[in-house]
Design a binder for this molecule. Structure first.
Ligand code: AMP
Length: 366
């Protein structure tokens, strides 16, 4: 394996991006602004990221020859989604520096490993238990209580691979419905709000966090982000400290997001970590128009071995996701004063598909 987590690119060099979705597209656009080229690797010929780069590799993630060629074409490799097959990551990392280091994925691809990791750092999470059978589920319910959320350990996103277990539910049926062999049961968190911290860490170990973002979901999919989050400053500082601790413990290079719940506590609101996303994140899209340097540029800087920015927020920012048919209203958004529209160039809108987003910046309230 290539052991270094440090590269130094020059303008004109190429970053390789695994994955061709909107995140890859926005990373490639940020790279272009800094005079860097991007090459996108994706098995989907309709990848939105292909539209904005000159060099694209359309091949399966198991295609060793294509991966080897890709690795030889680029100066550093990054990824825009976390479910990279570990064999793909190994093949690439043996030939080229991959940032963030794919060993991070062993922790973040598995909800149990992730919760254990966070807990060992002394950071709070919802109570949880390992569940591999209906029998385990019954024991976990007895230990954790109801309501609770049963989640697949791997490959869950946007609420997929999870079932809320309520009083009176039949554990055998719930277990059968999840259609998995390995899961965790989490206590249902009666959160006041959901927040996230988007943070960047350089190879030198410097960590720069954006202002804490508040997130609202509809049908388990992010709908609105607000920056700054409407929480006390001390709690925001705690949230940033948690993200920094996690980034340092992972020896992370690049941008990551840490999703947290704000819960009422006897000494005021407290934080529980829900999830770590080892990549640029939807809740950081507001930074494209609401901050002097976006999360995408910050990620490019980190993996290129360039200095991190210390971004200035331009005001109070609202980000609205255009999900499915929402995108059909793009004409109205285009005429709304103060709104900046981002469309991802995807084909037909499907329910739940992220098609674009809009940012609105108002003069700062604090
Ligand atoms: P996740 O896939 O873990 O990010 O979960 C998606 C969404 O489901 C979260 O953003 C929450 O809105 C909700 N959720 C997940 N876990 C819990 C929990 N333990 N308690 C309450 N709501 C949850």
């Amino acid at each position: 394996m290539t052991s270094s987590n440090r590269v130094t690119l020059k303008p004109g060099d190429t970053i390789g991006i695994l994955g061709g979705g909107q995140l890859g597209r926005m990373i490639a656009l940020a790279a272009a602004r800094l005079g860097l080229k991007a090459q996108v690797f994706s098995p989907d010929p309709d990848s939105p990221a292909f539209d904005v780069v000159q060099n694209a590799t359309c091949a399966e993630y198991a295609d060793v020859e294509a991966l080897e060629l890709f690795a030889s074409d680029v100066g550093v490799i990054t990824y825009e989604f976390e479910n990279i097959p570990s064999s793909t990551a190994m093949i690439l990392a043996a030939r080229r520096t991959v940032l963030p280091d794919p060993k991070v994925l062993e922790t973040t691809q598995d909800r149990l490993a992730e919760k254990d990791f966070v807990t060992k750092l002394g950071i709070g999470t919802a109570r949880y238990a390992d569940v591999s059978s209906a029998q385990d589920l019954k024991a976990a319910i007895a230990a954790i209580g109801l309501p609770a959320v049963l989640k697949t350990r791997r490959f869950g996103y946007d609420g997929k691979g999870q079932i809320v277990v309520r009083e009176g539910a039949d554990p055998d049926q719930v277990w059968a419905d999840l259609e998995t062999r390995s899961a965790i049961l989490e206590a249902f968190v009666p959160f006041e709000r959901e927040i996230s911290v988007v943070a960047a860490r350089s190879a030198d170990g410097e960590v720069v966090c954006y202002d804490v973002t508040e997130n609202e979901h509809r049908d388990h999919i992010l709908k609105f982000s607000y920056a700054p989050a409407r929480i006390p400053d001390a709690l925001a500082a705690q949230a940033r400290a948690i993200a920094e601790k996690i980034a340092n413990a992972l020896d992370y290079v690049g941008v990551l997001a840490v999703e947290m719940f704000v819960v009422p506590g006897k000494d005021g609101p407290a934080l529980l970590v829900n999830e770590i996303a080892p990549r640029v994140h939807n809740s950081g899209h507001w930074t494209l128009d609401g901050a002097s340097v976006s999360q995408f540029e910050q990620h490019v800087r980190a993996i290129a071995g360039w200095p991190l920015a210390h971004p200035v927020r331009h005001g109070d920012v609202t980000m609205t996701n255009l999900i499915g048919d929402d995108v059909l209203d793009y004409g109205q958004w285009l005429t709304k004063p103060g709104a900046t529209v981002h469309l991802y160039g995807k084909g037909a809108p499907r329910p739940g598909r992220k098609m674009g987003h809009v940012t609105e910046v108002k003069a700062p309230s604090k």
